[in-house]
Design a protein around this ligand. Structure first.
Ligand code: ADP
Length: 410
């Protein structure tokens, strides 16, 4: 069975063409990985086959529909060049990552007109993301026709069954029910792939495991997973809550919104933009949201603001790990993932500093050596015998989406 996985971000499209075994619900081979970046302006397209990355020339790409057409044309050409097909590109099904599944979707669904409308209806909860996912769904349908089944795999679904104490805000009940207010949680596909990556690497059954997973990229979140299920996560009604991120503040006192809007003479939407786009590592450092640059500014230039940004980033994570150890009643392991989690031994060491009290002990050599894992692999970075172990997992979200798609269709 040939599958296409489409992952539409607000200005990007990641795609993967792969063959799967429907009976084993597993991947047989990955044919091509690709990405279109810069949608809404001048887009760039990159194709990757067996480690070989080839950029394709820039083109004006106004929306995700055009990006998909471009990706299809490039895939078709690529397969023809490799003599894998002669005619038009054929796929048996498409798996779409959809950011917000609201209260309704706790598992993947086959997309029909009614489901499409529901995803559209959830756009008010995810205005930056769900419209892009819908454009992806419509674009793929336009190119592939009505007959090819398409499945939506939701980023919120993994957190859908968190217990009421974890998913409820202490707000008036009427407001909560009128506006579907709750803690939805995001990055679900990433956290689920980190936990399955841990299980595959260690051979431990998720049913018997308590895990804390850390997705540390531009967006950052942390999840407590018991028996393979998310029971608490740091992002909430929107992805703004929780950890310090590239440009998002994470947790702040909500009364800051009216305070700042009054003092600065701006509306609440403007303050929300500050919190989402100009805060976090960028706001603190005043120079960048790129952790690599911050680490070098802090160590080489002794930039105090960069140092504070890094310290706050790590401190907030440590604070959450402490909280989640309580929520879980102890944890078997902490699992690092995302661009920063995978690539920065320095940040991993700072996060775990002073955590020996709970049995979390990194092995400095293992930690330092663990950089540049290839997708879908993992490595242990804790000391032998540590009570709480630590791992790095290079999560493979597209494979996870592919498996969920097959599971939904068979
Ligand atoms: P996104 O959430 O957009 O997918 P990524 O998961 O790609 O983001 O992570 C991007 C972040 O990872 C950036 O802050 C970048 O600086 C950081 N990063 C990448 N490589 C390193 C590294 N070697 N050391 C520290 N940070 C890194």
């Amino acid at each position: 069975m040939r599958l296409l996985v489409l992952n539409c971000g607000s200005s990007s499209l990641k795609f993967r063409l792969l063959d799967v075994d429907p009976e084993k619900q597993d991947v047989v081979q990955i044919l091509v990985n690709g990405a279109v970046k810069g949608i809404g302006g001048t887009g760039t397209l990159e194709l990757q086959t067996k480690g070989d990355t080839r950029p394709v020339t820039d083109e004006s790409i106004p929306d995700h529909g055009h990006a998909i057409q471009w990706a299809f044309d490039a895939l078709e050409k690529e397969l023809k060049e490799r003599s894998q097909t002669t005619g038009p590109l054929k796929v048996d099904a498409v798996g779409h990552r959809v950011v917000h599944g609201g209260e309704r979707f706790s598992s993947p669904v086959v997309i029909n007109e009614a489901i499409e409308k529901e995803i559209d209806g959830l756009s008010e909860l995810a205005p930056l993301h769900n419209p892009a996912c819908l454009e992806g769904i419509r674009g793929a349908r336009k190119v592939l026709g009505e007959k090819i089944p398409m499945v939506a795999v939701f980023d919120t679904a993994f957190h859908q069954n968190m217990p009421p104490v974890a998913k409820t805000y202490a707000l008036p009940h009427e407001l909560i029910s009128r506006y579907r207010i709750r803690r939805y949680g995001f990055h679900g596909i990433a956290h689920a792939s980190l936990s399955t990556g841990y299980s595959a690497f260690t051979g431990k059954r998720l049913e018997d495991t308590r895990l804390i997973t850390l997705q540390l990229g531009n967006g950052c979140s942390i999840t407590a997973i018991a028996g393979g299920k998310s029971i608490e996560t740091s992002m909430g009604f929107t992805p703004l809550e929780g950890l310090v991120m590239g440009t998002r503040s994470g947790d702040v006192d909500p009364s800051l919104v009216s305070f700042l809007s009054e003092r600065e003479g701006v509306d609440a939407a403007k303050v929300e933009r500050w919190l989402n786009e100009e805060s976090g590592l960028l706001g603190l450092s005043g120079r960048t949201n790129d952790m690599r640059e911050l680490l070098s500014a802090a160590t080489q230039e002794h930039d105090e603001r960069a140092q504070l940004a890094i310290n706050l980033f790590c401190y907030r994570i440590r604070k959450y790990i402490g909280a989640y150890l309580s929520v879980l009643g102890g944890s078997d392991a902490v699992v690092f993932g995302g661009g920063i989690g995978e690539a920065s031994p320095d940040i991993r060491a700072r996060v775990c500093e002073g955590m020996e009290w709970c049995g979390l002990r990194l092995d400095p050599d293992r930690n330092r050596a663990c950089v540049g894992l290839s997708e879908g692999t993992a490595s242990e970075i804790s000391q032998d015998g540590a009570l709480v172990k630590a791992y790095v997992v290079a999560a493979d979200e597209e494979t996870w989406i592919a498996k969920e798609t097959v599971r939904c269709l068979t």
